[in-house]
Structure formats: C-alpha cells, structure tokens
Design a protein around this ligand. Sequence first.
Ligand code: ACM
Length: 696
Amino acid sequence: MAHKPWLQGVGLLVLCLLTRQTMTSAQQLAPNLLPIPAKLQTGTGSLRVDAAFSVALTGHSEPRLDRSVERFLHQLALQTALPLAAKPANTPKATLVIHTDHASKEVQELGEDESYVLEVTSTGAKLTAPTALGTMHGLQTFLQLVDVSTDGFAAPAVTIQDQPRFPWRGMMIDSARHFTPLEVIKRNLDGMEAVKMNVFHWHLSENQGFRMESKKFPKLHEMGSDGLFYTQDEVRDLIAYARDRGIRVVPEFDMPGHATAWFVGHPELASGKGPYEIERKWGIFDPAMDPTNERVYKLLDELIAEMAKVFPDHFFHIGGDEVNGKEWEANPKIQAFMKSHGIKNNEGLQAYFSERVQKLVTKHGKTVVGWDEVLVPGVPKDIVIQSWRGQASLAQAAKQGYRGILSNGYYLDLGWSAARHYAVDPMSGDAANLTPEEKQHILGGESCMWAEYVNAENIDSRIWPRNAAIAERFWSPEDVRDPASMYARLDFIGARLEWLGLTHKSYYHKMLQRIVGPASPQELSALRTLTDQVEPVKDYTREQTAPAQPTSATPLNRVVDAVPLESDAGRHFGELVDQYLASSCHDAAAEARLRTQLTAWRDNDAKLQALEQRSYLVKDVAATSQDLSALGAAGLAALDAIAKGQTASDAWKSQQLAVIEQAKKPKAQLLLTPAAGVQKLVEAASPGGACFAAKP
Ligand code: ACM
C-alpha cells in the first residue's frame, strides 16, 4: 500500500477524537470509579441504597467471603451513615445478590482470575465472579458507585465487566528504615484493596533494621532492630489480613548489601572486620555479605527455610541492589577467591552470590524476585526482575525471557505529582518495541514507599492519594490516561479512603497544630495559607539540602514533614492562571479569583510574624513566608499592569523575575508551587506578553 502520510494524519486525528470521546464518556459514566473498569455500560435510573439494603451470597462459599461482605456493609454504613445490617441477609430477595463460582487457590497465585461482572438496575444488583478475588474487587466497585443523590443514597444503573490489565499490581513499604506499626500496614492494605492492588511487597531488612523475628537466628532481630520487629505470629496474622483482601505478601530480605543490621548479631556474615552497629544514617554503605564464605550460605539456607514457612507466597525477594563493593575490594581473602574462580569484577561476584542464593530459594519452593542489579548474564530464567534504576532494564529483561515488574517511575518517596506517576506505563519506553510474546513477560509494577522521611504519623500522606493513580495504571486499560479525569476521581477516592481509617488527610491538621502550639484559629489559618502552597523538595534533594545530617533519630515534625507531597492548591492555582491566560486575559471571573488569592498571599506574612517568634517550627519557614508574600505582590502588580492595558517595562519585568527566582530557591526544603504561575502572569504583562499581543 502506498504511503500517504496525510491520510495517516487524518486517521490519527479521528482516532484521537474517538479516544478522547471514550475517555470523556468513561469519566462521565463512572465519575467516581478508580480504577476505571475494563468495560462499562450505563443503564437507566439508579438503585436506591437505604437502611433496607441487604446482601446475599450464593454459589461457592468460604468464611473469607462472609468477612468481605461484612467489611463491605461496614464501609457502606460509614459512607452513608445508614443503619445497615452488619451481616449478609442471604435471602434471594436481597438488594445485592453475589454469586461466586468456585474457590480461588489456597495460596493466592500470580495470574489467578480476578474478573467480575456487576449489574446494577433500579430494582437490584447482581455481582458474579469466577472466584472470591473477583467478588472482592466487585464489592469495591459497588462501594465506589454509591453516592449521595437528590433523594437519598443511590448507585447508578450500570453493567460492568471488569478484569485487570496486569496480574502484578503491587506496593512496597520499607518497614526497615522507619519501623511501620502493624496497624499502619493494615490500614494501607485496606487502601490497596479499595483500588484493587494485589501484592504487598514488604521490605523487612536494611542497614537500619532487621524487622522480622527469626526463631532460628534470634540475634538478627534482637540485636538488629532496637526492639522494633514483627513477631512471626503478627506476620501470620497480617498475611491472613492481606489474603482476606485479595492481596499477596512478598517478603524482601535485602542482600548482600543493605544488610548492616544483620551484621550486628552476625558479624561473621560480613566482608569487613566489624564490629557493626545498626546504621543510623541514610544512603549507600560499604558493609556487604561475604559471597566467598560458606557460613553465609549455611545461615541463609536455614533462614530462607524458616521464612519460606512463614510467608506462603510463591515469590521471595532477595534485594540485590546498590552493593558498592568496597568491603569486597578491601578483603584479601575475597580478592584471592575471585582470582582463583576467574571472577573478574564485583558484578561477577554478586552474580555468583545471587546464583547461590537463588538455588536456596528454589530449594525451599520459592521463586526469586530481585532488584534490577541481579539481571546479569547467566542468571536463572525464572527470576523476576524489579526494574528501578530505569525503565530500560524491564524491556531488556523481557527480551531475554525474564519476567519483570516496573518500579522506576513509581517511587512515592520522590514527591512526584500523581500525574507524573500516572504517565509512566509498564509498556512504555523501550518496552513499547517488544514483541507480543516478550510483552507477556511484563507482569505489572509496584509503587515503592521508601521510609527515610516517613513514620506512622505521615506515611499515609506519602502514599495516598497518589498511589491510587498508580493502581489505576496497573488495572485499567492502557488508553485510560487523562490526568484531569484521574485528578477528579482521585479527590473523591481520597476522601473515601479516610473512612477506611487512613489518615492521609487528617494527619495534616494535627501536625500543623503541633507546629503552631497554642495559637489562635487565625494564626493556624495563616500558617495553612502558606503550607497549602508548598511541597517538599523533589527526588533525592531532601538529603542534599538538609540543615544537618538526617538520621533515624531526626524528628519528622517540621513543615516539610507535614505538608502533602503534592499541593492540590498549587495545582489549582496553576490551572487558574492557565485559564486566565487562555482567555487572553479577558476572563474577569478568573482575574477576580486570582486577585483574591494573590492578595491573601501578599498579606499573609504579616499574620505569621508573632507565631514565628513563639515556635521554632514556624520560624523554620519564615523565609518561605516572605517569598510567598513577594509572589503575591508580583502577581498583583502583573494583574494591575494588564488591567491598565499598559505593557509593563523591561526593567519592571527584570525586577519581578528576580523576586520569582528568589522564591523558586528551596528554603527549609520546601518549594513554593505558585512561583511558575506568577512568572507566567509577569511574562504575560511584559513587552511581547500574551495579554497584550492578543488585545484588539
Ligand atoms: C532501591 O531503590 N535501592 C531498590
């Protein structure tokens, strides 16, 4: 066929319009659903949800299903405040009739059928699923459908046929750098269930802590955890809790690096002389296991055997990341071993170690998962690669026949916006060029919550609601990718998650309250005017910009620890500026709203002065507060110039840009989100700027 680029262009345009339409209708049809289901058709009318609402379970039965309906009813009661029955009614006349076809696997497996069909009509609802996994997902969808309406609570009439895009939809929590109390993990498992994530990857050992009880080697947790570890009974209970929510639990014991805490009780495992202490700082450190020492494999054999019994999942994560090799290079015995075994470099030595450990893991009935450093020539084919250093390793792994999951782009601790995470797709980048067979090797992905700067108080806010956007990426069809729709639904789901016991919204007020101490409501409100407009510095700059070397003993009580990682107010201000500029500065309503906001900022610093004298935690943000006021003044000056219909001078522009540059410099490890929007206003008001160029 002759190549007609223009025709292709038309085709693309039509495709774009169609896609756009599909996305818009998905959003309109299911305004509250996150993740968006694979297929959705609207019906007419809606199903009333009142105090008479009841549920019946038919088909396959198991206690887990009864419990999931009880949780469903509890959650529905919280959402609606209706006095609902606490248990399934089990009459054929029930409002929601659930049919589960057969049992799922005793130990949840990768790739089990998680599909369901949910039909809601004005007279009743029916949920059918092959297994309990689909039933549980369908119940979550129903909960999201129920909303307040003009004459009571109701779920719209819909038919949903749903199944996940990827079988591995995970979240990792690092419980080692800061210990994560069990109730915190449980409420995050509740959140995962709500957005249909199905793997909890538990990072249990690190330089800073060995968090798992070992009955076989008690010195590991006794000497390596400051008493902050999980007992085996607690872990079994947590695994049951996760199973009840359709979630697998994959443990990670990170080795041969990131293992200093092991060496406190077992220095014989290390490549250096020791003695070792629990690491208190953050970063990459020298201590590493000695791959040439048979005692290492003996202990690992017994430890993996023990842990393989506690963790029933078929996968077992052995870490493998960030070994700097310094202890290996400094140890003559290790160097001699490498020479005699023809091992050329540290990478080769790590490959030797990984292969030995992989054999042990296999011997105990599990499949290895490792960070992408373990992908070296010759590594056994059944290993699963977790791609974190870049997306390319995922495609490389798949090309070579390895299964992989993507975490690069999903690091929650880096402070990216939900939209930025949402734009990352496991099948994008190099993976887009894989053959269909190679693509089959990509199992999905995992978000990662590394815990240098999180504790029980603020961790939920570092995970939610952004993690829900990542969950949608893993569940929904690839063409579900409109960030505006995602943000609208994220707000809604975010509010719902608080009912599950997550604290990602409520923590904020509490932390600000501590920061101000006994203050008037006006003062608290002034601090909030400032803090709503800031975000913590991004990526790894938190470490680099710290006022003093951060350690596990550093309190997480500053404004940088209290503010959400993504500022909703900042995003909304940026949208308002864009709306105003898109009208060539004629949108009077947008201008009025901008003025209100900018005026509040300009006048805010004065309101914080007294508080700064009383609280060192407020004083910490004094310079940021001045910057926000300066931004307010600069924005107002730009609007005044535009209103006068006079281009501001070049000199004025330079002056304002200098103010904005100053405001853009991070202070107290915070970024002022409105700086970019105010800069747009100043440029629009300047010679050649958008407002004047477009005026008649
Ligand atoms: C990692 O972030 N070191 C896996």
